[in-house]
Design a protein around this ligand. Structure first.
Ligand SMILES: Nc1ncnc2c1ncn2[C@@H]1O[C@H](COP(=O)(O)OP(=O)(O)OP(=O)(O)O)[C@@H](O)[C@H]1O
Ligand SMILES: NC(=O)c1ccc[n+]([C@@H]2O[C@H](CO)[C@@H](O)[C@H]2O)c1
Length: 204
């Protein structure tokens, strides 16, 4: 059985979730683990001197829990897919040498966390400019909702800080222009993931 782990990271509202889901829908035996599902409960998140909840830092996330889900997938991808209610195309017996299970790890701080970084075979980074990011973010409702001034007071400065840290840790990111259409982004990454799967199988 072969495995492929891809990371779809990037700026908030860059389109990570949209892209990850569309890849998952089109690649058989794939699944998504999304970092946003691991935010700590509101009362556990620190507050800065301006009263802003510090959500855009690794400390706001249960990274240990995220890693244990990932380890469960690594140990037995087929059972993991079944446990998530996803279909597998491979029969349990007999196994064929052409099986590739694909894990898509999606999130805004996935490349800043070393244990996660180490297990990814391919890393994509979705980026959009400040104005578009602010516009998209302001049209979304998070739980809890962003308080007034949150984007410029917390989200953007943290993005700049996290991005700098990430650039010191990883060098092989594939940059994706998040201003492109959903279809164009999907097509680019889909073709690449298919190629990576062939590579994992030793066919290219
Ligand atoms: N290629 C695109 N073109 C235009 N709008 C898009 C595109 N991709 C996603 N969107 C829209 O932008 C918003 C953010 O998308 P999405 O939730 O996929 O981003 P994200 O990076 O996962 O955000 P988050 O910061 O919550 O993690 C959504 O309203 C979505 O419909
Ligand atoms: N619990 C949540 O999902 C949550 C709560 C508050 C803020 N956020 C924001 O999610 C983004 C990453 O997708 C970050 O920029 C957080 O500010 C998420």
């Amino acid at each position: 059985m072969k495995k492929l782990v891809i990371g779809i990271g990037g700026i908030t509202n860059g389109g990570k979730t949209t892209l990850a889901r569309s890849i998952q829908e089109h690649i058989p035996n794939s699944c998504v683990i999304a970092q946003d599902a691991f935010f700590k409960e509101d009362y556990m998140v620190a507050i800065d001197s301006n009263g802003f909840k510090q959500y855009d830092v690794l400390e706001a996330l249960h990274m240990d829990r995220m890693m244990s889900d990932i380890r469960a997938w690594q140990k037995d991808p087929e059972s993991f897919l079944i446990s998530r209610g996803l279909k597998t195309t491979f029969p349990r017996i007999p196994r064929t040498p052409d099986e590739v299970y694909v894990l898509i790890i999606e999130g805004f701080l996935i490349f800043n966390y070393r244990p996660l970084n180490e297990i990814m075979d391919k890393r994509y980074f979705l980026n959009i400019p400040y104005e578009l990011c602010k516009k998209r973010r302001c049209s979304r409702v998070y739980v809890p909702p962003d308080p007034p001034g949150y984007f410029d007071g917390h989200v953007w400065p943290m993005y700049l800080k996290n991005r700098k840290e990430m650039e010191e840790m990883v060098s092989d990111l594939v940059d994706l222009d998040g201003t492109k259409s959903r279809e164009e982004l999907f097509a680019t990454v889909y073709e690449d993931v298919k190629l990576e799967s062939q590579r994992v199988l030793g066919k290219v």
